[in-house]
Design a binder for this molecule. Structure first.
Ligand SMILES: Nc1ncnc2c1ncn2[C@@H]1O[C@H](COP(=O)(O)OP(=O)(O)O)[C@@H](O)[C@H]1O
Ligand SMILES: [Mg+2]
Length: 405
């Protein structure tokens, strides 16, 4: 690569980063931008619908001791703060099962633009609304899940706070502090392990370290660091890069649940097939490479309890994608297929251009909003049902073990 080209790339990238905030300010009609601090409140009837209960059940519960006060906002909506949700669910007797350990949910497909980040950030927020305490882990060097919270690397957080720095230091046998979890506008309910551009170098660093020490448990590098900071979280969501390197393998290997977003175009379809083939091949290859004595239950086999395929970017105006989505269901089996597709939506694109998720956007009655909101709710409900089944089993197993002891 020519030096001229490299330096012009560098100049361009810093201009992009500097302009980012200004453009966002214009797009947001001068609302404060940068790191998000504000989150709308959630109306009682919206929460009732999410929790699958009748409005009057919430109305009745407001008389209970300890029930949080609804707040009035500037746009004259009455609602509850995100941090009040666990108390409300507790008083309603609808809390998720107590956590035995954080549930690792990995959203992956090496095809770029398949909807990984979109799904990761919305699943994390749906889970938060259902009462889970969530850690969102951005493993993509492009750090788009991190930007979705308005965080700019190097400005809102330092590189040495990231997962990259912690793992890299460990590989160099240097001491490093634990990962710093970033606050989000979702209060105590969602924290973020921010991504950074240097994350891509981890691929080379792990390969080099593995050369020096073949017994390195490379598939647990991410988990080892998260174990130091994930206490008290119910759910850890991995947004992964569009590659099948060590980072993605780490996420897939330790995941308890895997979500594979699949856009229904023939090209994406084929590429999802190759993703799984390559995943299987890589895992087998690494399995063989792991020295004897490090095998048995220690091998980097995915220990996932479930895999969910989600049709993403489904354009309802066209016939072919709907057909391809059906082929997908046929191939992977209907029981592994999320029944609700993520439809393409102009309303969604509009929200994302303002760096707002559907859950952060003000609720509307418009058809466009309802269609995309129902899609995210349906996907979230389907996947969290699977998650909750496993978590409930863990809790029962723990109770039995405690009882036997
Ligand atoms: N349902 C949808 N409707 C409209 N645009 C979408 C939808 N889902 C994703 N997109 C857009 O497609 C692009 C790629 O999605 P993204 O989630 O970033 O994919 P990935 O993380 O797999 O690269 C983004 O610009 C996103 O806003
Ligand atoms: Mg992404």
């Amino acid at each position: 690569m020519s030096r001229v080209f490299t330096s012009s790339l560098q100049r361009l990238s810093s201009r992009f980063l500097q302009s980012q905030k200004k453009i966002l300010a214009i797009e947001n009609e001068q609302e404060p931008v940068g790191k998000k601090t504000d989150l709308r409140v959630f109306a009682a009837n919206e929460l009732a619908a999410l929790w699958g209960i009748k409005d009057y059940e919430i109305r009745n519960a407001t008389r209970k001791d300890g029930w949080p006060e609804a707040v009035k906002t500037s746009y004259n909506a009455n609602g509850y703060r995100i941090d009040d949700i666990p108390v409300m669910l507790e008083l309603l007797g609808r809390s998720p099962a107590a956590s035995v350990q954080p549930f690792y949910l990995c959203v992956s497909n090496f095809k770029g633009g398949s909807g990984k980040t979109t799904l990761s950030i919305h699943l994390a927020q749906f889970a938060a609304l259902m009462g889970y305490r969530v850690l969102l882990v951005d493993l993509d060097p492009q750090a788009s899940a991190t930007s979705s919270y308005g965080l700019i690397p190097g400005e809102d957080y330092a590189q040495d706070e990231t997962l990259y720095e912690a793992i890299s230091a460990r590989l160099r046998n240097e001491p490093a502090g634990p990962v710093t979890l970033q606050d989000t506008n979702w209060g105590n309910r969602i924290k973020l392990a921010a991504g950074c551009y240097d994350m891509q170098f981890l691929e080379f660093e792990v390969a080099a370290a593995l050369n020096r020490d073949p017994s390195l448990r490379f598939w647990e590098l991410v988990k080892d660091e998260l174990d130091k900071v994930s206490e008290g979280f119910d759910l850890v969501v991995f947004d992964t890069p569009p590659t099948l390197g060590f980072i993605t393998l780490n996420a897939v290997s330790v995941a308890h649940g895997i979500v594979i977003p699949t856009p229904p175009s023939m090209l994406d379809f084929v590429s999802t097939g190759s993703f799984m083939k390559m995943l299987a091949t890589s895992l087998k290859m690494y399995l063989k490479a792991v020295p004897v004595g490090n095998g048995g239950s220690d091998t980097p086999l995915p220990s996932a309890e479930f895999v969910r395929f989600v049709t993403t970017k489904l354009d309802m105006r066209q016939a072919a994608p709907a057909r391809i989505s059906q082929y997908l269901a046929h191939i992977v089996g209907i029981e592994q297929m999320c029944p609700v597709p993520l439809v393409t939506s102009a309303r969604f694109e509009d929200a994302m251009n303002r760096v707002r998720t559907i859950y952060e956007s003000r609720r509307e009655t418009s058809e466009g909003y309802t269609r995309i909101r129902d899609a995210f709710d349906g996907i979230g409900r389907d996947i969290m049902r699977e998650v909750e089944q496993v978590r409930t089993r863990w809790l029962e197993e723990k109770k039995e073990a405690d009882h036997a002891a």
